[in-house]
Ligand binder design. Sequence first.
Ligand SMILES: [Zn+2]
Length: 409
Amino acid sequence: MRWIFFVCFVMGVVFKMIMIYFNQQQRQCALSDEVKDIYDSTTYQKWQAYENETDKIAIIQDLVDIGIAIFYFFTPIFYQVSMLFSSSILISSLGMLLVFNGFEEIVEVIFDYYETFVIEEKYGMNTTTKKTFIKDFIISLLLDFGLFGLLFVFVHYVYRWFSYYGFIVIFVILGLIVGWIQKHPIFLMRLFNQFTPLPEGHLKDTIVALLNKHGLKLKGIYVMDASKRTKRANAFCSGQGKEKEICIDDNMLEMYSEEEIVAVFAHEQGHALLKHAERQRFLNVLMGLILFLCFIFIFVHPSLYATFHIKQLNYYMVVAVLGWVLGPLMIVLDMMINHYSRLYEYQADAFAAKEGYGEALIDVLKKLTKDGLSNIQPHPIVVKMCYSHPTLSQRILAIKKYQETHQIK
Ligand SMILES: [Zn+2]
């Protein structure tokens, strides 16, 4: 059995490596007409060097992950750690969570540190201070341990009180919590970032006029302090129903013209009006259901991880086995989710073009790509499998085609 788990785990890592290889091959090809004016020869070389360095570190991280997996799967480490704690199911599970998740978080933070303070710094993208970095790490650690820890305690007592009927209670309560978080995604983001309302002024008046034109009600328009971590800029539409919010990075307000910001806002408004978050709900529910059914199956079959000499129920092992086995399935599900996400991006771009912001949107997308040293030419297979957004040249072509078809200048 441990070989099956190992193969599932390695499949996920090998998949990531193949995607890196495809992108490396694609970088050798000539750039398409729509994007070849973005980087001058110096920036083009800088982009190539940046991509090569990030790829290298990603491959090293993948190899380290395989090394850790070999250590986990082919030594008695799971059994030994489980024996360090009491024979109580809950205490033993929480102890394993603390040791293994803590270890994995430390390995990951070493790579994050290198990426942030060596690579991003070298290419002028980083603005994170060491203090912010440490604070982020501690919050992520507490969040990781806190959420899984609470899940273990919750599942433990509900199962004890209601036996198999407890799974219905667990499904309903978890569904409500996850649904609430999806409706209010910036709730958790507030742990890391500050969100302040967009200041009054001409920009806000133009945006509000655009909202009123389509009768769209938002819960808020916020500015996020992204500048304390990076020089890159972004904007996003979050929440569902009446809880929709549009957030713009402070970097964007500083570095881009008003027309460009309104073009980005028009794109985000397109997402909100076309109810893209609500449409994603079906896939999210499907994913949640698959995850939960697999969870129950592993939960009631502790024999699945008896290969690690852990013979009684252990919540940590249930979650770990779930992660290994579902890895390959998640690649397929992600592909489906990304397919719809790219479709929604085209629709939001078309909405901005319909409002007369097509050219401004093309300009701002080019600038965002250049300023963020983004991959201007990913491999088509990587785009199909992993990209939530179409490539820049695909978006430019689609916007121009929309403008031509609808005779918009
Ligand atoms: Zn979008």
